[in-house]
Design a protein around this ligand. Structure first.
Ligand code: 13P
Length: 248
């Protein structure tokens, strides 16, 4: 019912030449995969290269951040119009690295989502708990707070949720399939209670996704895809993750 959605978050990696080499090698590897939506979110400076090479491909181009104002004196920020002008149709908002290192609160995340949606950008909203929060039994409470704050007055159309437990990001310590599904089911349950369309929204898992653990994740009923960091930087491994999600 929900088409698998696999996204690459390249974070602060891949200059334009590396982006071109990646895409050139990656495209033939996924040419026959029709039943998975694929997104690549390069850094801003590589968007032009990605957009040129992906022009006639179904692969979606995403950005990793956006400002909540449409234009103005905001040195160093990027607007939704700048992203669409660069070929983006989607943006990742609320990644834990932005929350942790750039002080993004749920309120800021909410403002960013509003502006992005107003400008027709699709949004991948990231939520997830820290190890300390999980060990204190607060996972569901944290997820609920993040969802309520980030999605305040926002309908679900054009949205994807990425559940990314912070302790699993870049650590090689993937959540178990059951832990992931339990969190995803909680998120979907919260959405059902509070929004229309919860059965259609895709919930991606993120945190040390690799070619050898994608199939187990995708076999979970509430896991609809993945947001992939490290393993998306090499064409072979990202293609293996995409094919691993095919025919769910
Ligand atoms: P890793 O796949 O490197 O753990 O990163 C996950 C992530 O943060 C994707 O947004």
């Amino acid at each position: 019912m929900r088409k698998p959605f696999i996204a690459a978050n390249w974070k602060m990696h891949m200059i334009s030449g590396e982006t071109e080499a990646f895409i050139t090698a990656f495209l033939p590897l996924v040419r026959d995969v029709k039943d998975v939506d694929i997104l690549i979110a390069p850094p801003f400076t590589s968007l032009a290269a990605a957009s040129r090479l992906l022009q006639s491909s179904p692969i979606i181009i995403g950005a990793q951040n956006v400002h909540y104002e449409e234009k103005g004196a905001f040195t160093g920020e990027i607007s939704p119009a700048m992203l669409t002008d660069s070929g983006c149709s989607c943006v990742i908002i609320g990644h834990s690295e932005r929350r942790q290192y750039f002080s993004e609160t749920d309120e800021i995340v909410n403002k960013k989502i509003r502006t992005a949606r107003k400008n027709s950008l699709e949004v991948i909203l990231c939520v997830g708990e820290s190890l300390e929060e999980r060990e204190a039994g607060k996972t569901f409470h944290v997820l609920e707070q993040q969802l309520a704050g980030s999605l305040k007055d926002i309908p679900l159309s054009g949205m994807t949720i990425a559940y990314e437990p912070i302790w699993a990001i870049g650590t090689g310590k993937t959540a178990s399939n059951e832990q992931a599904n339990e969190a995803h089911a909680f998120i979907r349950g919260w959405l059902r209670k509070n929004r229309e369309g919860a059965d259609h929204i895709r919930i991606q898992y993120g945190g040390s996704v690799k070619p050898d653990n994608i199939a187990g994740m995708m076999a979970q009923p509430d896991v609809d895809g993945a947001l992939v960091g490290g393993a998306s930087l090499k064409p072979d491994s990202f293609a293996a993750i995409v094919t691993g999600a095919s025919a769910k």
